[in-house]
Ligand binder design. Structure first.
Ligand code: ZN
Length: 241
């Protein structure tokens, strides 16, 4: 008899197959990122239909088939109602999915990432008027990278260990954190940042969302944050490491 596996997972994608089947990419609590097949799930009388959908947190049960993991039961735990109706929210979810695709290969338990993902989805869903969505994305990215072993040094120059001078702070993914004016150069790909970025990254890594969501951040700082976040993803992606 087939073994039934039970777990919870956040549904990141869905793709129709044949006439009535559908694949779901699910980031699960116990098996990492998996793909499950909902057989005949698009039929009107499907019992699975109401238990799983894109951008939901579902409790699922599946069996390991020869070619696919086949869904045998599904119950919605959190529907995250607001996400599918706001393209800005969908955009952030898709960006997160892409990062997970790039970094997470194979099926192994990633409890911390699952918890971070769940927390991030709750924040995206609850964000009023889509406020702070980019910040939620950076919150996910830097905590995700820290989980993967890439936590930047944010308190002193990575190379010479001097204290930061607010008038000359640089950031280098290659060196793994902030650099002073004397240590930055074109070889370490240092980028000039400001003390706001350092503060924001520290708060993000402390996971102090309460505080972070109330901080006023200049547009120019958000752009810098976007730059160094994209660079960090590129630099630490398993494809490029
Ligand atoms: Zn230095």
């Amino acid at each position: 008899m087939a073994v039934h596996y039970r777990t919870k997972g956040v549904v990141l994608r869905k793709k129709d197959k044949a006439e009535a089947d559908r694949f779901f990419d699910v980031f699960t609590e116990d098996f990492g990122k998996i793909q499950v097949l909902g057989k005949a799930i698009r039929k009107i009388n499907s019992k699975l239909k109401s238990g799983i959908d894109i951008f939901c947190l579902s409790e699922i049960e599946f069996i390991e088939g020869r070619n696919y993991k086949t869904l045998t039961d599904a119950t919605i735990v959190n529907k995250f109602y607001n996400i599918p109706y706001d393209f800005r929210k969908i955009r952030i979810v898709l960006r997160i999915s892409e990062v997970l695709d790039e970094f997470i290969k194979g099926y192994y338990k990633e409890q911390d990432i699952f918890n971070l993902l769940k927390e991030t989805f709750i924040k995206i869903n609850n964000s009023p008027k889509s406020k702070n969505l980019d910040l939620i994305y950076y919150y996910f990215i830097w905590n995700f990278l820290a989980n993967q072993g890439y936590s930047p040094q944010l308190f002193e120059c990575v190379l010479c260990k001097t204290k930061l001078n607010p008038y000359g702070i640089y950031f280098s993914c290659k060196e793994g954190g902030v650099l002073c004016r004397h240590c930055q150069n074109s070889n370490n790909g240092a980028k000039k940042i400001n003390s706001d970025i350092v503060k924001i990254l520290r708060i993000i890594l402390k996971k102090d969302w309460e505080f972070l969501s109330r901080v006023r951040i200049e547009q120019s700082s958000l752009r810098l944050l976007e730059d160094i976040s994209s660079e960090a993803i590129f630099k630490f992606s398993p494809i490029n490491v």
